[in-house]
Design a protein around this ligand. Structure first.
Ligand SMILES: NC(=O)c1ccc[n+]([C@@H]2O[C@H](COP(=O)([O-])OP(=O)(O)OC[C@H]3O[C@@H](n4cnc5c(N)ncnc54)[C@H](OP(=O)(O)O)[C@@H]3O)[C@@H](O)[C@H]2O)c1
Length: 295
């Protein structure tokens, strides 16, 4: 297919957080999003009403109306949906999952369609505010063999949104996606641990989060400018074993799970401290022994 992007007919099956973000952004950039579908229909109708020339349709009709179809449904629904929809050889079929291999689209490939993945490495918790997150974000683009046309198209669509394409080695999606969680939802787990510990010493959770967020942002800003080892601050970076011992005592007193969580993260931080080359080997080894010692 060599149709210019503006003449492309795009459909989304699934009208949730990712579809709302991408469909609005592409539509605003002049790409024709012509149909959206969802099982209850309400999300699809609301989304279609915001996009010029777009209508909410049952999934099979949305597929028939489009050249390029995004299966923007929960990951576990992709393979079943791909097997249930009526594909033709003229179509391009793409999922947006990070962890799911392209084999989930095997049924579409068997019908002759070109298949691929378009995974924005970003979090779309609030679609109304998520569009501004797209520019500068990375997107993993993968296509099956013999799908160069689809690859070119997805790269062009990424450029429209000023996203940065990334290619993965085949078969590595689960490790890629699991690791990315550490920069996304696991950051929330980290903040949750801080909020929980502060709650145990009497600080209200809402005030705690507001106090912790500027600290988290400052840490991320430092990582962006100085790299991970260069951004390291705090007692481990200084070799302050007395403070680390006090932390361990306080966390162990709150419960074994708190102590274990602190120890695991602190041990990981020792390798960053080593990489930063600020501490001598004896200090690093002393900290290592402290963190290995039983509570
Ligand atoms: N949100 C993010 O931050 C993000 C980021 C990157 C990638 N992704 C990927 O994007 C995909 C969609 O995620 P999401 O966060 O947008 O999910 P979501 O907000 O839960 O939305 C899922 C949508 O799919 C519809 N749906 C569910 N099962 C369906 C089926 N069998 N047939 C048709 N529609 C169905 C749902 O509506 P009904 O229940 O009414 O059908 C809903 O509109 C996933 O593969 C996810 O990994 C998400």
């Amino acid at each position: 297919m060599s149709t210019p992007l503006v003449e492309r007919r795009v459909a989304f099956i699934g009208a949730g957080r990712l579809a709302q973000t991408l469909a609005r952004a592409w539509s605003a950039s002049g790409i024709g999003v012509v149909a959206v579908a969802s099982r209850n229909g309400m999300d699809a109708e609301q989304l279609a009403a915001q996009l010029p020339g777009c209508i909410a349709l049952p999934a099979a009709e949305a597929v028939a109306a489009a050249d390029l179809v995004f299966l923007s449904v929960p990951d576990d629904a992709i393979a079943t949906l791909a097997a249930a929809l009526p594909w033709t050889a003229r179509q391009w079929v793409v999922h947006c999952s990070g962890a799911t291999e392209l084999t989930a689209l095997a049924a579409a490939a068997a019908a002759g369609a070109q298949i691929g993945g378009f995974h924005p490495l970003q979090i779309f918790s609030d679609p109304a505010r998520a569009q501004h997150l797209l520019a500068g974000s990375t997107v993993v683009i993968e296509v099956a063999a013999q799908a160069q046309g689809l690859s070119d198209e997805l790269h062009a669509m990424a450029r429209r949104l000023q996203m940065k394409p990334l290619q993965l080695p085949p078969g590595s999606r689960a490790a890629y996606h699991g690791a990315a969680s550490f920069a996304a939802s696991f950051l929330l787990s980290m903040l949750d641990e801080a909020v929980q510990v502060w709650a145990q010493i009497g600080l209200p959770p809402e005030a705690a989060l507001q106090a912790l967020l500027p600290l988290a942002r400052g840490t991320l800003d430092a990582a962006a400018t100085r790299g991970l080892a260069g951004a390291l601050a705090g007692p481990i970076s200084r070799g302050d074993a007395g403070v680390v011992a006090a932390h361990l005592q306080a966390f162990d007193a709150l419960g074994a799970a708190h102590g274990q969580f602190y120890r695991e993260l602190a041990r990981r931080q020792l390798s960053l401290a080593r990489a930063s080359a600020r501490l001598d080997e004896a200090t690093l080894q002393g900290l290592g022994r402290l963190l290995k010692a039983a509570p």
